[in-house]
Design a protein around this ligand. Structure first.
Ligand code: IVH
Length: 678
């Protein structure tokens, strides 16, 4: 009896313990997964799990209905689901002065072949410093909302967007299109930003209203988003079943549907009126509730917008004129050197902290050593610094020299990180560390570039973690990342790591293994090979095997349209190095490198060689060529037996004659326009 009683008491206590553990684990799981705000370390959390599991193992008959183990995987993931944009979300090209705006207007006119008597209307709007969002309404109901992401794929933030007061879940009027994507800006008013920051503890404070808006929207718990007074103002259309004639017409509809749009917009049809608009807005900028970083000029006609199309990631039909940067004075405590992934050594000014427009600045770039000399900037001096948008703050000029001036900072003869010799290449202003084999700063830079958002996008493996693993010798090259599991035991004992965060890292690494060929090529960090050129290379080779084989063939590289000799030599040199080639070969086995997919096109011009000759009268030469490229044609300047079509304008010269002799199809400008739109 006694024994039985003892057992009873014991079991009651165990159940109590299991209950309290379940509730604690549930609470901390929520704080970690949903609120992004853990209150205990991963290690302490793991201890709770272990305690619970030990008890469950010993007393399986006491396992609770709501045991934390029954919840495994039931918590929403740390990440948002992804949405592929039906139409890419692009960004605006910048103008920094009035001349740039004038050039923009001239470019638009020239491209459209519009003479000076004909007016073009421009929609002028404030450029709000927030984050862009795409709202997809189907049958008048908000079906999804996504962030811009990388422009092609965004994050599904529908649940959070639905908590924003100004965004209707349903369009009130009946006359809405069957489907329409409304694009706009999510932001926080300046006052609300200050109010929010006051409530947050030091660690969680945001540096500016835009970051605060982004942080508030990207909450895993939509109840947190709901408490933040986020605002929305529409500024564009994505895909729509209604074909609008102008942006103005679209904005009229928005009013009817009770979608907030900007009341500071204005239609202007001349350069002078566009500049007046800018000056007026600049004057009232401080009285506006939200942060503006400039204004946007857009061609109002959507028909003309479609004709103007895009250059790279920017529409040809719009430009942002930025307000000039905000400035402040401070002193230089020290001048340091930073070594980048390409070995470039940049002098950096360590400053006495200063607040510019709500952002605390403690470092500024000095660009290069010629600049230090030219501006005679020395440690201890009082300087004027400037910060514009997202760019790194820069030192403009010395405003007060220190009394006992220090010597001017000279370019280091040796790399401050590896001690290797530094060099200055011909025609370059930058000083580089010549040790491309074993400079830690370059290696770290390459690794950070490889895992960054634009490349493998491994969440949980940022600069801090790469530094930590590099120092410990766990990650020395790209391949090591995929074998990090080997060090699990040691990593779990490291500061900042626990079972949960490590498992999340492993998941991110696994996910990153599937990568498009263009991203993979960019991730290698080959000098001069940026994102756009990497796409060109991928487009040419289509598969990783073809890239490996052909990038060692210089002649083949020279055949790629759009690649200059500097980039070609750089790709060639990179692949000639045994260790680089081995890395690419190893990665091609570890990763699933997805072949570059050529867009399917079913028009008569795709992959055809096209030559233009004579004066075109309807289209500008630029627009005609742009149309050809859009259709997948290749443009050549001379007629050869390989030419498929010659498009002739007025007064065609010898090219038309040669085409006739060779029996090549000749099209008039009219024929060309008809065939391109059929
Ligand atoms: S129109 C092709 N209008 O600025 C993109 N954008 O780099 C056309 N923005 O990501 C955008 N205010 O989020 C447009 N009145 C406005 C804007 C605006 C802010 C943002 C937008 C975009 C970025 C452009």
């Amino acid at each position: 009896m006694m024994r039985k009683n003892n057992k009873l008491i014991n079991e009651e206590e165990i159940t109590k313990q299991l209950r309290s553990l379940a509730s604690l684990i549930h609470k901390h799981n929520k704080l970690y997964h949903q609120k992004d705000k853990p209150e205990i370390s991963d290690k302490d959390f793991d201890k709770l799990i272990k305690e619970n599991n030990d008890l469950e193992r010993k007393f399986p008959h006491l396992i609770l209905e709501n045991s934390p183990n029954k919840f495994v995987g039931g918590y929403p993931s740390k990440k948002f689901k992804k949405i592929i944009h039906k139409l890419p979300m692009l960004s605006l090209a910048n103008a920094f002065n009035k001349n740039d705006v004038e050039d923009f207007i001239v470019r638009v006119r020239k491209f459209l072949n519009i003479d000076n008597n004909e007016k073009i209307e421009f929609m002028c709007e404030p450029k709000i410093d927030g984050l862009s969002i795409n709202l997809d309404y189907q049958d008048g109901v908000l079906k999804s909302a996504s962030t811009r992401g990388d422009g092609k794929i965004g994050e599904n933030v529908t649940k959070n967007i639905k908590t924003i007061v100004g965004i209707p879940s349903r369009l009130v009027e009946k006359n809405h299109p069957k489907q329409i994507e409304i694009r706009g800006e999510i932001f926080l008013n300046k006052k609300d930003f200050i109010r929010l920051n006051k409530k947050l503890n030091e660690k969680n404070k945001f540096s500016n209203p835009r970051n605060a808006a982004a942080g508030s929207l990207r909450q895993l718990d939509s109840n947190v988003t709901k408490q933040r007074p986020l605002k929305f103002l529409a500024h564009g259309i994505g895909e729509s079943t209604k074909k609008y004639i102008t942006i103005s017409e679209f904005y009229e509809d928005l009013k009817k549907w009770k979608i907030p749009s900007n009341n500071l917009i204005k239609i202007c049809d001349s350069f002078n009126s566009m500049i007046d608009y800018f000056e007026n807005l600049k004057k009232i900028r401080n009285t506006i509730q939200y942060d503006m970083d400039g204004i946007v000029y857009k061609v109002d006609s959507l028909k003309l917008q479609r004709r103007l199309g895009f250059i790279g990631k920017n529409p040809r039909w719009a430009i942002a004129l930025k307000f000039s940067a905000e400035k402040a004075f401070t002193t230089i405590k020290k001048i340091d050197f930073q070594v980048g992934r390409t070995g470039a050594i940049t002098p950096v000014a360590r400053l006495s902290e200063v607040n510019i427009g709500g952002v605390i600045i403690s470092n500024a770039t000095l660009h290069n050593f010629d600049e230090i000399k030219k501006k005679d900037i020395r440690e201890g001096d009082t300087v004027e610094i400037q910060r514009a948008g997202d760019v790194i703050p820069q030192v403009l000029k010395v405003v007060k020299k220190e009394k006992n001036r220090k010597k001017i900072t000279k370019p280091p003869l040796f790399c401050p990180v590896c001690g290797g010799k530094t060099i200055k290449e011909k025609d370059e202003t930058v000083i580089r560390c010549a040790n491309t084999v074993s400079c830690d700063a370059q290696k770290l830079g390459e690794l950070i570039h490889f895992v960054s958002k634009k490349n493998l996008n491994i969440e949980g493996l940022g600069e801090k973690q790469i530094n930590q693993f590099y120092k410990l010798g766990f990650i020395k090259n790209f391949e090591d990342i995929f074998y990090i599991n080997r060090y699990k035991k040691i990593i779990l004992d490291l500061e900042g790591w626990g079972e949960l965060s490590f498992q999340n890292l492993i998941k991110s690494i696994e996910k990153s293994k599937s990568i498009a060929l263009d991203k993979f090529i960019f991730s290698l960090g080959i000098r001069y090979l940026g994102e756009t050129l990497s796409s060109l290379v991928a487009k040419e080779f289509l598969t990783i095997d073809a890239f490996i084989n052909s990038s060692m063939d210089k002649e083949r590289l020279f055949n790629i349209d759009g690649l200059g000799p500097i980039v070609i030599n750089s790709i060639y040199d990179y692949m000639q190095k045994k260790e680089n080639l081995q890395t690419v070969l190893n990665l091609s086995k570890i990763l699933n490198i997805v072949n570059f997919k050529k867009p399917k096109s079913h028009n008569i011009f795709s992959n055809k060689n096209v030559v233009f000759t004579g004066t075109l009268s309807i289209l500008s030469r630029e627009e005609a060529k742009y149309l050809a490229v859009q259709l997948g044609a290749k443009i050549s300047s001379s007629v050869t037996s390989k030419t498929d079509y010659v498009i002739v304008g007025k007064n065609p010269g010898s090219k038309a004659k040669k085409a006739k002799e060779l029996g090549i199809s000749i099209l008039s400008e009219d024929d060309w326009i008809k065939k391109t739109s059929s």
